[in-house]
Design a binder for this molecule. Sequence first.
Ligand SMILES: Nc1ncnc2c1ncn2[C@@H]1O[C@H](COP(=O)(O)OP(=O)(O)OP(=O)(O)O)[C@@H](O)[C@H]1O
Length: 252
Amino acid sequence: MALLEVKNLGISFGGLRAVDDFHLEIEQGQLYGLIGPNGAGKTTVFNLLTGVYEPTDGYIMLDGENITGKKTIEINKHGIARTFQNIRLFNDLTVLDNVKVGLHNHHKYSTLTGILRLPRYYKVEKEMNERAMELLKVFDLDKEADYKASNLPYGKQRKLEIARALATDPKLLLLDEPAAGMNPNETLELMKTIRFVRDEFHMTILLIEHDMKLVSGICEKLTVLNFGQVLTEGPTAEVLKDPKVITAYLGE
Ligand SMILES: Nc1ncnc2c1ncn2[C@@H]1O[C@H](COP(=O)(O)OP(=O)(O)OP(=O)(O)O)[C@@H](O)[C@H]1O
């Protein structure tokens, strides 16, 4: 059984059919790419998968559970976490607290326990601090734990966003253009980080990316979207030399 199974997914905005008859199957542990020209519908697919939009057609199964039409927070609890095209960190919080926000899904105390500072509050806070520091170490961000998130250089902010997403303990990690705005060295470093996350956390990853060096360097399979529909799918090397794909990118 695939970890993610999507069939016949669709949504319209007014008269525009932004995504139509979209399908996707991703196996556990796979590193999968969703590519396509500007405006093809890639981010809309992410918004459908994460409950930002409710599909008008089709279904989404995650690990055997139907998550179609559920709210973003419920979908996150079912196991999908994401990062955004434009980094969305809590800029005024510290690096450590950004990761702890993600951990709150699984480490809980009641509001009263928090206000009264009952023993459980200190126990859970201690566990969260330790887990957050472990995650920061993995991403080589532990030395900056007390920095404000906005003071990190761009490449490290991207890493922090991935660390925060992983803190929610997802089954599937969605990365929306993780290399956007990065220089070639940062992109190379990011490729290593993504591969590391897959290997170390046995994570299943679906990413949207325009940087073909990154796509061909780390994705095992690709789906190509064009005008909201699947143009083709398959192993990365085959898809990238498909004349249909080349034509779509050249806009002929
Ligand atoms: N909330 C919305 N309301 C109306 N139209 C929308 C909405 N969201 C997306 N669209 C339209 O749907 C189409 C697909 O947009 P989407 O952002 O998913 O493309 P994309 O493949 O992610 O593009 P890019 O690579 O440029 O980020 C576009 O024509 C876009 O203008």
